[in-house]
Design a protein around this ligand. Structure first.
Ligand code: SF4
Length: 616
């Protein structure tokens, strides 16, 4: 029941749409009463590298009466053909049109995929606007990191899952189960009212947003007394079992390897980092569980490379012993381990150096800021001598390619801070020539700072395109040296990211218009049309700079004010003030609790953290 050959012959990479991969779960459609489509609004190759989809896929399919199938955003050639021939977008497993499912659940990890959500619904022949869907249509839900500010997508999604999905999804399934047993489909309105009572579920149509004359939000309040005024993020206290039988793609995908989540959350407290707030607290997977999971993953999938995934991998207690264990276990099998997200220190270099496959293709580190002053502001202090020591250890062990990430436009950044990046890169380069006696290859990757919701910088303004371009030009001139390559993200794209991350409910109109004008795959340079977005803004009477370039007052009602991550606003305000004062906040994992707010929900949070203090 896949798409006709006549279509597949005409598109790039037809295997994106054929399904039938190894470990795909195909259940009997007619005998399985609850049918859920897990939708990822980006290309197959990107979606197949995402960690959340396999977790939800396995969890839902583990229920005997639930069938979960996948669907990814079709690339433009496929989308055009489906549209032209009137063929509805279908799932990969059974090839059933999405409109035949009970629920379509979007995984939203990145704001620049929003127009793809609309396009997928449209290609599925389902009304894009929630208000235009009736009881015969699937219920459209969404979860993931970017729904911690759900407002820009509330015109299109019936309800959203805030936080870890593992427990709440099963609660939802329970509800659907009893609903289905009634032998009839309850009206959608009734369904939404019921699920609104589940902690972590946000039903936007049950909340009203009022605006002041100056365009700021006056209030966000439930429309019914029994609806909760704020939505608490769901947190699983213990990591659920890892996925060890994921679907194995037939074509090359972005991360072509197995992956085991060894740890969720990060307590380092970098002030620009949204993940540092919305995935707190730190939860480690026990070592034995990781070892067994890797063994099963290799057996079930045939991978010869496994990634140990975490926001900061070398914070995992005893990571060096875990790696040494793997090296010994798999030395005859040529298993490669990859450790993404490493901190800058010589311990990381030694760790990488101890890996069985030492393809010295390159090391990546993220100092983010060039000066120690700015590093203190963002609470990510890496003294220059530590960076140089780390680089020296890497050069000494044979690496000649280093990639360094910096962020431009950070709060309080001055031209001096930007010049410090030039100076720092120059010092690393000279050191590389001295230590390795070869010209090191340095790749400098620049991104523009986006003030994200639920961070201490949620109130600050994003720098204008002009300011960012000036700083970029400064770096381009300063780093014009042999062996140094500079890349950077288009500031217009960062502007859109800021708008979509910080937006309110009114932005739904802009997203809708931009999509109508042809915008999809906005994160792809070749697809991004700034003109479309500007036109969409002007047609809806809204201003992008109102969302991106405006500093918020500390008492302003923010569009995400009703979403409670557990980290309190008082803590974020204190962190903002500390940032302005250049005052650091220590990592609560190694020092005492900073009272970020989570202790209200998890009084033993700090105790658990201390129990797992790194012993390396
Ligand atoms: S409650 Fe305390 S220990 Fe837990 S994450 Fe927050 S600051 Fe850290």
């Amino acid at each position: 029941m896949t798409y006709p050959d006549s279509i597949l012959y005409q598109v790039t990479k037809p295997a994106r749409y054929t399904g039938g991969e190894w470990n795909a779960i195909i259940k009997d459609w007619d005998k399985t009463p609850i049918r859920i489509a897990i939708a990822y609004p980006d290309l197959y190759e990107i979606g197949m590298s995402n960690m959340a989809v396999p977790i939800l896929y396995e969890l839902l399919n583990s229920q005997s009466d639930v069938l979960a199938e996948r669907v990814y955003a079709p690339w433009v050639d496929m989308a055009a053909l489906l549209q032209a021939r009137g063929i509805p977008l279908a799932s990969l497993e059974s090839g059933h049109p999405l409109k035949d499912f009970d629920i379509i659940g979007f995984s939203l990890g990145y704001e620049l995929t929003y127009t793809n959500v609309l396009n997928m619904l449209h290609l599925a022949q389902i009304p894009v606007l929630a208000a235009e869907r009736n009881d015969s249509h699937p219920v459209v839900i969404a979860g993931g990191g970017s729904v911690l500010n759900p407002e820009p997508m509330t015109d299109f999604i019936d309800f959203l899952v805030i936080g870890d999905g593992e427990e709440v999804l099963l609660e939802l399934v329970d509800y659907f189960r009893s609903w289905k047993r009634q032998g009839k489909r309850a009206p959608k309105k009734e369904l939404l009212r019921k699920v609104a009572a589940i902690p972590g579920i946000y039903v936007p149509s049950l909340y009203q947003v009022e605006y002041r004359a100056d365009g700021l939000i006056k209030s966000i309040v439930p429309t019914m007394p029994q609806v909760k005024p704020s939505i608490q993020r769901r947190i699983v206290t213990k990591l659920p079992p890892p996925v060890t039988r994921p679907v194995v793609p037939y074509i090359e995908v972005v991360h072509d390897r197995g992956a085991i989540e060894i740890q969720r959350g990060c307590s380092r407290g970098c002030r620009f980092c949204q993940a540092g707030t919305i995935y707190r607290p730190v939860r480690e997977r026990p070592k034995q569980e990781v070892i067994q999971a890797v063994e099963e993953l290799i057996t079930n999938c045939g991978y010869n490379e496994v990634s140990l995934v975490s926001l900061c991998t070398n914070d995992y207690s005893g990571i060096d012993r875990l790696v040494a264990d793997f090296v010994q276990r798999y030395q005859s099998q040529n298993l490669a381990l990859s450790l993404p997200s490493l901190r800058i220190d010589s311990f990381s270099v030694r760790l990488i150096d101890s890996l069985p496959t030492r393809r010295k293709t390159g090391l990546t580190f993220a100092p983010e800021a060039g000066s120690e002053r700015l590093q203190r502001t963002i609470n990510k202090t890496i003294p220059e001598e530590v960076l140089l020591e780390t680089a020296a250890a890497a050069f000494d062990r044979g690496w000649t390619n280093l990639k360094l990430y910096f962020m431009l436009g950070l709060p309080t950044e001055t031209v001096d801070d930007v010049n410090d990046i030039v100076q720092l890169v120059g010092n690393v380069r000279s050191l590389g020539s001295k230590v390795s006696r070869r010209q090191p290859q340095l790749r400098i990757s620049l991104s523009s700072f986006v003030p994200k919701p639920h961070t201490p910088f949620q109130w600050v303004a994003q720098e204008s395109e002009q300011q960012l371009t000036t700083k970029h030009e400064l770096l381009k001139a300063g780093l014009k040296r042999k062996g140094v390559r500079l890349s950077w993200q288009d500031p217009k794209l960062s502007l859109l990211e800021a708008v979509l991350s910080r937006g309110d409910r009114r932005l739904g109109r802009v997203i809708y218009h931009a999509w109508k004008l042809g915008s999809t795959f906005d994160a792809w340079n070749e697809r991004f049309s700034y003109e479309n977005w500007l036109k969409a803004f002007s047609e809806t009477g809204l201003e992008p700079s109102f969302y991106a370039h405006r500093e918020r007052q500390l008492d302003e009602v923010l569009p995400w004010a009703h979403i409670d991550t557990g980290v309190s606003t008082a803590f974020l305000k204190q962190e903002y003030q500390y940032a302005m004062d250049g005052k650091p906040t220590p990592d609560c994992r190694y020092q005492e609790c900073n009272a970020c707010g989570l202790q209200r929900w998890q009084p033993d949070c700090q105790k658990k953290e201390q129990a797992s203090v790194k012993t390396t």
